[in-house]
Design a protein around this ligand. Structure first.
Ligand code: PLP
Length: 395
């Protein structure tokens, strides 16, 4: 018996644990202080009424013999798949029914999709980025090359013709930097992938935060992407499903490598290893893309956007450089006065009682940067910003 020794190569997931530990220790030592968390990567608003009502209906369905549901279709109920196709059509993207795979979230699929690729592939991952891309490939023992995201490229790395990669992760709008690719920038990545027969794994978990029409909501808004890209989507940040769990992955029929459609491989993988998302969850998810549902989730998104604007105004007032905040729930700022990421974390916690996330936890290029999020309440976001302005204007 041998373990998968690749697991021993994983770095400790210390970032959020350390943030939580430091915050807890500070609170214990200063019980009189009100600590505000602008580090929340989770939604805080409740599900939309249309979703709740659809879920109640689904529970009632399960209570009657005539409408009871057992195992569902392998790749999602027809009503949800059609709702997803409708949502794509409104973005100008036409997909076939069998190209949509409903899942329990983008995180699982980010890892699971690797099952259909050989271990020998070279993987390109932006730095800094959502740590799941690196860890899932370390577990599989793949070689990873990094695409440097820096202040110079606006934290949007572009293809380097001198670097070869077989699998390319892109995340737009990005976690943690909030930077989002324009359709023109994505075209360069699509061209790069097509030239090399590479495959792009495009994480669109935050696409519903995009309002600027020049920015991409889906990689399939770029011509040719259907021949080189898989898109990973989630209801988590779109509609507050972080605890409910639902997402969807698009594998186009036109995406063929070594004579094999990847759609076929993924369908085989899913029908073997995954037994679908619950009927209640899928019924709620389908309600997200009704007219009423989209209007209601639009209100929640607008609430988070307003928080992002509050933080952006605060950084503008202080003259601090940042990306994100406009088409993303995240703001990624350069730590003031040349501070390191953890140094600024401690400074902010101790002097403004505000918690953020040190950028260095997302990759080496994150050192000297810091992530703030707009998922808190409007009141606490405004109060946190008042404190940050007061502290940094004084300092
Ligand atoms: N992708 C990115 C970039 C994320 O930031 C997150 C969650 O924070 C996910 C995927 C996970 O999404 P889900 O909740 O659907 O698993």
């Amino acid at each position: 018996m041998k373990i998968n020794a690749n697991y021993l190569n994983l770095k400790d997931g210390y970032l959020f644990a350390t943030v939580a530990k430091k915050t807890k220790e500070y609170k214990a030592a200063h019980p009189e202080k009100e600590v505000i968390r602008l580090s929340i990567g989770d939604v805080t608003l409740p599900l939309a009424p249309a979703v709740i009502s659809a879920m109640h209906g689904a529970v009632d369905d399960l209570s009657k013999k005539e409408t009871f549901k057992g195992y569902g279709p392998d790749f999602g109920y027809e009503s949800l798949v059609n709702a997803i196709l409708g949502s794509y059509a409104r973005k100008g993207v036409s997909l076939a029914f069998n190209e949509v795979f409903v899942s329990d979230g983008a995180k699982s699929d980010c890892g699971n999709i690797l099952d259909i690729f050989d271990q020998d592939n070279v993987v390109m991952v932006p730095d800094p980025v959502y740590p799941v891309y690196v860890d899932t490939n370390v577990m599989a023992g793949r070689k990873i090359v990094y695409a440097d995201a820096t202040a110079e490229n606006g934290f949007l790395p572009m293809p380097d013709q001198n670097v070869n990669a077989d699998l390319i992760y892109l995340c737009s709008p990005n976690n943690p930097t909030g930077a989002a690719y324009s359709k023109d920038q994505l075209r360069a990545w699509v061209d790069y992938a097509l030239e090399r027969d590479a495959v792009i794994l495009y994480d669109a978990a935050y696409e519903f935060f995009v309002t600027d029409p020049s920015l991409a909501r889906s990689i399939y808004q770029v011509e040719g992407a259907e021949k080189c890209a898989i898109e990973l989507c989630s209801f988590s940040k779109t509609a507050g499903f972080t605890g409910v769990r639902c997402g969807y992955t698009i594998v186009p029929n036109a995406l063929v490598r070594q004579g094999t459609p990847l759609n076929k491989l993924w369908a085989r993988r899913q029908s073997t290893k995954f037994n679908g998302v619950s009927y209640i969850t899928q019924t709620g998810a389908a309600a997200v893309f009704t007219e009423e549902g989209e209007r209601q989730i639009g209100e929640s998104l607008a609430y988070y956007r307003k928080n992002a604007q509050t933080i952006a105004n605060c950084l503008d007032e202080l003259g601090i450089w940042y990306t994100g905040g406009k088409n993303s729930p995240y703001l990624w700022l350069r730590c003031p006065n040349g501070m390191g990421s953890w140094e600024f974390f401690d400074y902010l916690l101790e002097n403004a009682n505000v918690v953020g996330t040190p950028g260095s936890g997302f990759g080496k290029n994150g050192e000297g940067f810091f992530r703030l999020t707009s998922f808190g309440s409007a009141e606490s976001t405004e109060e946190a910003c008042r404190r940050i302005v007061a502290l940094l204007k004084k300092g």
